[in-house]
Every structure is written in C-alpha cells, then in structure tokens.
Design a protein around this ligand. Structure first.
Ligand SMILES: Nc1ncnc2c1ncn2[C@@H]1O[C@H](COP(=O)(O)OP(=O)(O)O)[C@@H](O)[C@H]1O
Ligand SMILES: [Mg+2]
Length: 469
C-alpha cells in the first residue's frame, strides 16, 4: 500500500503547483481597509446572536435542562431508584417531578434536585454523604484556572468544574477575567460594559488606597491627589453590583466583555501613580470586604491566555491554582515557561515589597498557594501515553495523576448547551455519554480531593489554635 504514494499516475500534482496568477487575481477581491473589520465584526455579531437565540426561553434567557430519576439516582443522590420513588410517594410535599408521557420517566429541575438532596441529607442514612464537605466558619476557596497558552482547556475545565461543583451541591461563583468572555457566554451573562465586570472592584481597591494616601498627605500638609470621576463612581460599588445570577440556580457570575481589557492599561497607570498600592491584593480584599467569601463555597476564576495584570490578580487571589495543558511537546514546553514566568513575576513583587518592608522594619510578605496542579486535558491515550508519562516524570506531584480525556461530547452539544453537564444524555449514544461524563466526573473528583484536603488542613489548624487558647 505504501507504494501508491510514489505512483505518479495515481495522484495529480500537489495543489500548490498549478496556481494560475490571473485566476488568483480574479478570486482575490479588493484590499481590506480598517472599516472592513467593522463590517466583518458586524456580520459575526449577527451570526452569534442568531446562534445564541436558538433554544432560549420566552424571556430570551438560557434555561437549564431537567434531570431524570435515572440521572439523579445514578449521579446526584446515590440511592436505589425504587427507594427514591418510595420516598417521594411517602412525602407528597417534596417535588414530584413531571413526565413527558403518561407514566413515563419523571424529570426534575436542578432546584428540585437540590431540595430533594437536602431532604435525603436530613432524613436519609447517616452513612451517606449527600451533602459535600464544607467546614463551618471557613471562607470560600478561590480557584484560578490559568496558563498563558490559549486553547489548552482553561475555560472548558473551569466551566465543567463549576457545573460539577454546583451539581454536587456547592454554591459557586464564577469570575470571568478574560475579556473574550467565553465563560460569560457559557453562563449566559449579560455585560454591557466594564462596569459590569470585575473592573470596578479593582478600581475601588485602588481608590481606597488613594484615600488613605491622601489622608496621610493632608496630615503632612501636602495637597491630596484628586480621585477622577470613574474612581469616584467605583467607590460606590460593591461585588453585589457586578454579580449576576445564571441559568444554574447555584452558580452566579461576574462576567467579562471586551472593555475589561482596558484594565490591562489602567492598572499599570494606577500602579505608577501610587507605588505602594498592592494591586495583587485587590480582588481578594474586595471579595472579602463585600462578604463574597462567606456567601459562596467555591469561586472559579477563568483567566485570559496571557500573564497580564488581570491574570496576576486572579492568580494571587487564588488558593488553588490549576494549570491545564495538553500532552503535546508544544504545550508542555509553554507550560514550563509559564511556571518560569510565574516565578519571576511573583519573586519580583516579593523582592520589591520586602526591600521596603525590611527598611521599615515591617514583616516580609511571601505568596502562598494551598495547592498547585497541572492538569492534562484533551488526552488521547492511544497517541499521547508516552509523552504524558514523560511529563509526569518531570513534573512529579505537580501534575495531577488524573488525565482528562478528549471527548467528542464537548462541542457537539449544540449552541445553547455547553459541555457535558448541560447536555441531555438522550441526544447521545449512552456509551459515548457515559465515557465523556466519566472523564469530567474524574476531573471534578481530582479537584474535589484538593479542595477537601485544603479545607481539612485549615479546619485542623483552626481546631488546634482553639485548643491552645
Ligand atoms: N476534554 C476535551 N475534549 C475535547 N475537546 C476539548 C476538551 N477540553 C477542551 N476542548 C476543546 O478545546 C478547545 C479549547 O478549549 P478552551 O477551554 O476554550 O481553552 P482555553 O480557555 O485555554 O483557550 C475548545 O474548542 C474546547 O471545546
Ligand atoms: Mg478560555
């Protein structure tokens, strides 16, 4: 068979040999000017809203599918179907679901599933953990998903983790720091401008710093720096002003859109004006001040494919850092350089801060993350086993032992449905569905193990601290 490739008669010339310049010119069209970009963008925007409007409900919003008794008892509330039905029958005040045909399978909204789970947790077997582990009195955990390479699965991983954590019963906030807004689209967010993004939270943090500085200046008899109009506006804003609900009852969103990119120019200008402003604390400080860390269990931050100021903010806010990468040479290579850049970026911040701290006799700072893991995404075991093994050998425990398989379920699900957890399993071959779901369930399980370990460590430390005092 391999010989065929050499037989001239069988194959025509390669496509790049027979190009006629006149025919090429005839096809070319006019040169492109700037205005043409606007027209192209316009066309894309119309196409996008056409696609996005398909499958929306009457109010023009996304809606989440229903969950069947089979899926609930298989994946969400692990009890026998017969037992599940008996409990519903015995408790008519509980959601009873709806069926498409007389006597057909019962389907429930996620809200109803959450109520049912709470009931089983309160009444059911104590041996089963119907509700996910969440130590009392501890803050929400922030999880940043980052890598400066695009297309490695940051957004898909963050979105699927957010959805599986929500299905598991956690209250989830998703923060989109990528001005491309993919995460925002997935969660049906509406963001008019940068005032509906994380931007005002960062601006307010800077504004608060400026106010303190000004107080000091006044005390010294110096003239205060004026707060410009947009900073003054930000001083009135809280996280609640930028958090929006989504079609998931227990997932909220701080969205993004193109204007958020403005922050990449604005932040360094602020930093130049006030060298002592700790921009890396901005997001955490504001979320904490506005009570967000008490209102949610897990906060996922999706970042742009760059190590810019927004990413630095997301990374320094994070307790857990996940770095998705494909098992290919190029992605391994660029992930290595990403860690190198993380080192130099944070080391130079620490150095700068600690130089000043030492001079003033103040304690030194050091960044710390509860857990950092690289995660192999879009894994093809038939082709990439060897490379993944090599990556494992060189990254050691930093690489999560779980590899997220490539699955055709992603991207096949349709315009309104993003990924596996929003898809209706009846649209797929059951085998394909089960396998695709399994790999994302395992991605979640690997993450949940980190989360549980990190919370447990804190819980034990807190107990030890209380015992000592
Ligand atoms: N496990 C997976 N199996 C198949 N395709 C995937 C998987 N994870 C991500 N993809 C696809 O890879 C592409 C890039 O993923 P995305 O999450 O947008 O990356 P990033 O946010 O890093 O740019 C998307 O088309 C997405 O649908
Ligand atoms: Mg992305």
């Amino acid at each position: 068979m391999a010989k065929d490739i050499h037989s001239k008669a069988a194959s025509p010339l390669p496509p790049y040999f027979s190009i006629d310049p006149d025919a090429a010119l005839a096809e070319l069209g006019q040169p492109t000017d700037t205005a043409r970009f606007a027209e192209i963008a316009e066309g894309c925007a119309r196409g996008r809203s056409d696609l996005a409007s398909r499958g929306l409900n009457e109010e023009g919003a996304k809606s989440l599918r229903l969950f069947s008794t089979w899926e609930i008892t298989r994946y969400l509330i692990p009890v026998a179907q017969a037992h599940f039905r008996r409990v519903l029958k015995a408790n008519p005040e509980l959601p009873q679901g709806r069926s498409e045909t007389e006597g057909g399978a019962k389907w429930f909204t996620l809200d109803e599933v959450l109520r049912l789970r709470a009931f089983f947790a309160a009444q059911g077997s104590k041996a089963k953990n119907y509700l996910p582990y969440r130590p009392e009195g501890l803050a929400a955990k922030l999880v940043a998903v980052a890598n400066f390479k695009g297309g490695v699965g940051k957004t898909s991983t963050a979105a699927h983790l957010a959805m599986s954590a929500a299905l598991d019963g956690y209250k989830v906030l998703v923060i989109d720091l990528d001005s491309q807004g993919s995460m925002t689209s997935i969660f049906g967010g509406r963001v008019e401008d940068e005032w509906k993004t994380a931007f005002p939270l960062l601006a307010r943090h800077y504004g608060e710093h400026l106010r303190l500085e000004n107080q000091r200046r006044l005390d010294r008899g110096d003239a205060p720096h004026p707060l410009d109009e947009s900073l003054s506006a930000a001083m009135e804003m809280t996280a609640a002003d930028v958090i929006q609900p989504t079609h998931w009852p227990n997932i909220d969103l701080i969205g993004a859109q193109l204007n958020l990119y403005w922050a990449e120019f604005q932040i360094p200008v602020w930093r130049m004006a006030a060298r002592s402003w700790k921009l890396w604390d901005a997001l955490t400080d504001r979320l904490e001040a506005d009570g967000v860390l008490d209102q949610y269990d897990v906060i996922f931050i999706d970042t742009p494919p760059a190590l810019g100021y927004l990413t630095i903010n997301g990374l320094s806010a994070a307790d857990i850092l996940l770095v998705p990468m494909g098992a290919s040479f190029l992605e391994f290579d660029s992930t290595g350089r990403f860690f190198d850049m993380l080192h130099s970026t944070f080391a130079s911040i620490e150095e700068g801060e600690n130089l000043a701290a030492r001079a003033l006799g103040r304690p030194e700072i050091g960044f710390e993350w509860d857990a950092v893991r690289a995660v192999i995404t879009r894994y093809d075991s038939a082709q990439q086993g060897e490379l993944a093994g090599l990556v494992q050998a060189y990254m050691g425990p930093t690489l999560s032992p779980h590899r997220q398989d490539f699955t055709a379920l992603i991207g096949q699900a349709g315009e309104q449905v993003n990924g596996i957890y929003e898809a209706d399993y009846r649209d797929f071959n059951r085998e394909t569905y089960a396998r695709g779901r399994e790999t994302f369930d395992e991605t979640y399980a690997a993450f949940k193990k980190l989360l549980a370990g990190v919370w447990r460590r804190e819980e034990l430390a807190l107990q030890a601290e209380r015992a000592a005092s």
